[in-house]
Design a protein around this ligand. Structure first.
Ligand SMILES: [Zn+2]
Length: 285
């Protein structure tokens, strides 16, 4: 299974201004809070593909043009809280879509959620309180009063998988399901390079020093607006000492005896699986 990363950018052309005329049905990513409307009646779930959501008896509060996917226009929309899903349809959490919907549509739903949520939260200027206006030349809302411009926020977070010989370091957050472990992760702070975040987070969370940071890959994570940037790192020193707050337990694992891991949709799982396979190949028993 592929992950949430957008796998075929050539099929999606982003845009900010909706076409004047729409004669073909469009894809609609219709949200009530953080839940998106899906047709859950068939084995593969579908999303609304129609001229307008009002066809389904829904009241749209705001809509945003996203661009076109495989020649079809795409919109995100915020649906009135009182709107009821049509028969056979349901408003479901984005995570529930994985493995049940076309994966490109799942990736687009993540993008749609972030645009919809940002638009909803920036109707007024954060500096002076004047109602904002959407810009036509870029994804932004400008304040006609003071000129302040808001852009959709993306919060970079890094993930680090530390290895020591054949072993890899995995940790548990108190919020994880029982027995689940994952790589270390943390948000980038203002002024930091990604390398600085990796060094700081590893030191703070488990007391370990790292070296040879290597980029692995990245994944948009729309809960609510993160971008996960994953690295592997070599062990450079220190005893594993969980901080007891962010991390309740951390230890070295043999790649052939791993604990319960995050689900396959996450980049953390891909990072751990790929690294474990490489360690087994490099250090045969
Ligand atoms: Zn303003």
């Amino acid at each position: 299974m592929k992950d949430l990363a957008f796998t075929a950018p050539e099929l999606f052309i982003p845009g900010v201004v909706a076409p004047d005329r729409r004669e073909q049905p469009a894809w609609w990513f219709a949200f009530q809070r953080a839940r998106v409307l899906v047709d859950a009646s068939a084995e593969t779930w579908g999303l609304p593909c129609c001229l307008d959501l009002t066809e389904h008896g829904l009241t749209v509060v705001r809509r945003q043009y996203l661009g076109s996917y495989a020649g079809r226009h795409c919109f995100s929309a915020e649906v009135d809280e009182k709107s009821v899903a049509p028969a056979g349809w349901a408003f479901l959490g984005l995570r529930e879509l994985f493995g049940r919907c076309d994966e490109m549509l799942v990736a687009l739903a993540g993008r749609a959620f972030q645009i919809m949520d940002w638009d909803r939260n920036h109707q007024y200027c954060g500096r002076c309180g004047t109602p904002t206006v959407a810009r036509a030349d870029e994804r932004a809302r400008a304040c006609p009063g003071c000129g302040h411009v808001s852009y959709p926020r993306v919060s970079p977070a890094i993930m680090i998988l530390v290895t020591r010989g054949r072993e890899l370091l995995l940790a548990r957050k108190p919020s994880f399901p029982p027995d689940r472990y994952s790589a270390l992760a943390g948000f980038v702070e203002p002024g930091e390079r990604l390398e600085d975040t990796a060094i700081r987070e590893t030191r703070e969370e488990v007391g370990v020093e790292i070296r040879d940071l290597r980029y692995f890959g990245s994944q948009p994570w729309p809960f609510p607006h993160s971008l996960m940037i994953a690295f592997t790192a070599g062990y450079a020193g220190g005893d594993v000492r969980p901080d007891g707050v962010e991390i309740e337990e951390a230890r070295w694992f043999d790649p052939e005896h791993l604990p319960r891991l995050p689900p396959p949709i996450s980049i953390s799982r891909r990072l751990i699986d790929t690294t474990a396979a490489a360690l087994i190949a490099r250090y045969p028993k």
